[in-house]
Design a protein around this ligand. Structure first.
Ligand SMILES: [Mg+2]
Length: 370
C-alpha cells in the first residue's frame, strides 16, 4: 500500500512583496522593485498540503537569491518525490544528497515538511520543536538609519504602539552613529532594549572608533563588521553584549564562535540557517551555552512569519531578544498567521504552521514537480 505521507507533488510559487525602502546602508547599491519571495507547497499522497517560504533580501544581502533558490528546488525535487515528508531528518539527508549547500532553498522544503508533520500529528509545529512555552513573543522594531531626530521620532511612534525592543540601524559614519544611538536611548524607558546593528557596515577601524561611545551606552552591539575576523578585535574591546548575525551560517560556525568567545547572542534566521531543522539545532546550542538569541528571518509573507514564531514559541522567553515584524504584505496570502499586537507576535494553536493558504491571492505556480 502507498505511504499516505509520501510526497506526491511539489509546487513553487513566486510572491512579490512590496519594497518599502531599506533601513541600512549595506543595501544602498541596489534597490529592487520588490522582494522576490518563493513559496513552496508539498502535497502528500493523503492530500495534506504543507507550505514553506524562502525570501532572500534581494540578491546581495546573503549568498542567496530567488533565481538560485528555484533552480535548487528543481535540482532536488526528483529526489524528494515519493519520500516520507514526516521523516524530517531523513528529508534533509535526501536534500543534502541531491545538492550540496544552498540551505536557503532547502529551508522552504524543510518548513513545508514540518507543517505537514504538524498536520499529520494534529499538533502545532511548536509542540514538535520542544513544546510550547508561550503563545506570544515580543517583536522588535527596526529603526531605519536616518538623522538622530528622525530616528527618535520613529522610536517614539513604536513605543506608543507597544514596542519595547528596538533595533537601531547604524553602519554609517561611526561618530555620527554614536550620536544616533545616544539620541534614541535617551528616550528609552525602564524596560526598553536597544540593539545597535551596523549590518556589517563598519570597517574594523570604524567600529573601533564607534566603540568608545557605544561602550558608554546600555545596548547590544550587533554584527559591526563584514567578516568574522574583522569582528574579532571589536569584540575584544566591546564592553556591551555582542550579537553575531550574518557571519554565522550554521552549527560549525556557531561552535567556533562559542569556542572563541565571540558572542553573547545569536541571530537565528530560519532560512539563512537552512530551515527549522538546523535552526532548531542553533536554538538548542544557544540554550545549552546560555546565549541570548533572536529568532527571525530575512523577509517573507505570513508563512515565514509563522515559521519563526513556531520556533520562538517553543523556546523559553528569557533568552529571546525578539522576533521580526516582517514586511507588510497586502493582501495576505494566508489566514491564521501570527498577529502583531502591542509589540507582541500572537500565535494560534492550530496544527502545523496554523495557516490556510489563500490560493486566490497567488499567481499560478512557476513549477510543479510530481
Ligand atoms: Mg542583524
Amino acid at each position: 500500500m502507498q505511504n499516505p505521507n509520501a510526497i506526491r507533488q511539489i509546487s513553487v510559487y513566486q510572491v512579490n512583496l512590496p519594497f518599502s525602502g531599506f533601513g541600512s546602508r549595506w543595501v544602498g547599491r541596489a534597490k529592487p522593485e520588490f522582494y522576490d519571495s518563493t513559496l513552496v507547497t508539498v502535497t502528500t499522497e493523503s492530500g495534506l498540503v504543507g507550505v514553506g517560504e524562502s525570501c532572500p533580501l534581494g540578491a546581495i544581502y546573503l549568498p542567496a537569491f530567488a533565481g538560485g533558490l528555484r533552480a535548487a528546488i528543481a535540482e532536488m525535487a526528483p529526489a524528494l518525490l515519493g519520500e516520507d515528508a514526516t521523516r524530517i531528518n531523513h528529508i534533509y539527508r535526501v536534500m543534502d544528497a541531491a545538492l550540496f549547500g544552498h540551505g536557503y532553498a532547502k529551508a522552504a522544503i524543510d518548513v513545508a515538511c514540518w507543517d505537514l508533520l504538524g498536520q499529520h500529528c494534529a499538533q502545532p509545529v511548536s509542540s514538535l520543536l520542544g513544546g510550547r512555552h508561550q503563545d506570544a513573543i515580543p517583536v522588535y522594531a527596526p529603526i531605519a538609519l536616518r538623522s538622530p531626530a528622525e530616528m527618535v521620532e520613529n522610536v517614539k511612534g513604536r513605543q506608543a504602539e507597544g514596542f519595547t525592543r528596538f533595533q537601531i540601524k547604524l553602519g554609517d559614519d561611526p561618530l555620527e552613529d554614536v550620536e544616533r544611538l545616544r539620541a534614541v536611548t535617551a528616550i528609552g524607558r525602564k524596560n526598553d532594549l536597544f540593539m545597535a546593528d551596523a549590518n556589517r557596515g563598519w570597517t574594523q577601524a570604524d567600529a573601533l572608533r564607534a566603540l568608545d561611545g557605544l561602550n558608554e551606552i546600555d545596548c547590544y552591539v550587533e554584527q559591526p563588521c563584514a567578516t568574522y575576523e574583522q569582528c574579532k578585535p571589536v569584540r575584544a574591546r566591546c564592553r556591551r553584549p555582542f550579537i553575531l548575525d550574518e557571519v554565522i551560517d550554521g552549527v560549525p560556525e556557531l561552535a567556533r564562535a562559542i569556542a572563541e568567545n565571540m558572542l553573547d547572542a545569536l541571530v537565528i534566521k530560519v532560512t539563512h540557517a537552512g530551515g527549522l531543522t538546523p535552526a532548531r539545532q542553533l536554538r538548542d546550542l544557544c540554550l545549552a551555552q546560555g546565549l541570548h538569541m533572536r529568532i527571525e528571518d530575512t523577509a517573507g509573507t505570513e508563512v515565514a512569519r509563522a515559521a519563526q514564531a513556531q520556533l520562538a514559541a517553543a523556546t523559553p522567553l528569557a533568552p529571546q531578544l525578539g522576533c521580526y515584524t516582517f514586511i507588510n504584505q497586502m493582501p495576505p496570502i494566508a489566514t491564521g498567521a501570527p498577529e502583531i499586537r502591542d509589540g507582541m507576535l500572537h500565535l494560534n494553536r492550530q496544527p502545523g504552521l496554523g495557516l490556510e493558504l489563500r490560493y486566490d491571492e497567488l499567481d499560478p505556480p512557476l513549477a510543479v514537480y510530481e
